[in-house]
Design a protein around this ligand. Sequence first.
Ligand code: NAG
Ligand code: NAG
Ligand code: NAG
Ligand code: MN
Length: 334
Amino acid sequence: MGRTWWIYFVNLAQAFVTLATNDSYARGAMVLGKSLRNHNTSKKLVVLVGPQVSNPCQSVLKNIFDEVKVVDVLDSGDAAHLAMMKRPDLGVTFTKLQCWTLTHYSKCVFMDADTLALSNIDELFEREELSAAPDPGWPDCFNSGVFVFRPSVETHGKLLQYCTEHGSFDGGDQGVLNGFFSDWATADISKHLPFIYNLSSIAIYTYLPAFKQYGGNAKVLHFLGKTKPWSYTFDRKTRQISGGVQEPAMHPSFLLNWWTLYASTVVPMLQEHYGDKPFHSGCVEGESGSSHAQAFQPIPTSEERKEQWEQGQADYMGMDSFDNIKRKLDTFLK
Ligand SMILES: *[C@@H]1O[C@H](CO)[C@@H](O)[C@H](O)[C@H]1NC(C)=O
Ligand SMILES: *[C@@H]1O[C@H](CO)[C@@H](O)[C@H](O)[C@H]1NC(C)=O
Ligand SMILES: *[C@@H]1O[C@H](CO)[C@@H](O)[C@H](O)[C@H]1NC(C)=O
Ligand SMILES: [Mn+2]
């Protein structure tokens, strides 16, 4: 008699996950993936791509990411498709929610394609679902540009159900996720990424003017706002960035960080995969000469960044946002 019990410890991997719905956002995903690799992440890198992403862009993504998963919610014929039929307005949101179906990973950190890692941020995996940083404009809500989650078919189903029943108060994924994880603001403070308790661990760049003393330690940049880094033109020779709409919230030095990485590592890969076919790299060689061009300096070290922030005077976000954040901080620090 006697029985042998075998216990298998399945040690599932952990992954950073991003989303590219089209070739523009794919460029953002490429730079984000490169920034995570450059800081020697020990985690897997996964990108969900919409069916509109072209083959050359998918090939470049395959060079950078461990897994490129094409997600076509319209084509899935499952619960996500049904949800989409009921709420076509939430198309991109349903695509983003597909990240919960990556159940071959035990835990993931989602990062928008318009974010950039400035250092190794693997420590985010020590946190639990759903951890996120407060939104700069409305700190009772979290910003859905960076969040920690646990893939689960069950949670995915509940999220779809929530979407179809309640919609989204802001028309996008941030509204859905804040509605679904509605106890985030009050239930478990360890799920508030260090913006409030340890401001050095993650800071989204538009917060920084309000927190000059911590901004130099930013670990993640989030290019909030309508104009994304890839909407500009970059002159490789003069290192000038032009075009786009110079939004007041766009911090030029961080923009140059993005472009430096993109031009040096991503553009050569795009060139290789497009071959003879023309493509829009956004880079020019000393021919822009535009009067709108601005010369920016990169930010080489954390110390120098810190110094710049400490000297900065601009109130990029306006006092309303700052007041919101300050009020929130006061209640926590009391
Ligand atoms: C790419 O997708 C994003 C969001 O997923 C959208 O806001 C943007 O307009 C799209 N860009 C193009 C050129 O289709
Ligand atoms: C990443 O690892 C390489 C090789 O081990 C090392 O040379 C490099 O300095 C590391 N980079 C960072 C940012 O730690
Ligand atoms: C934040 O964390 C860093 C280490 O990551 C530590 O040196 C620093 O003292 C912490 N700051 C606060 C305010 O807790
Ligand atoms: Mn974003």
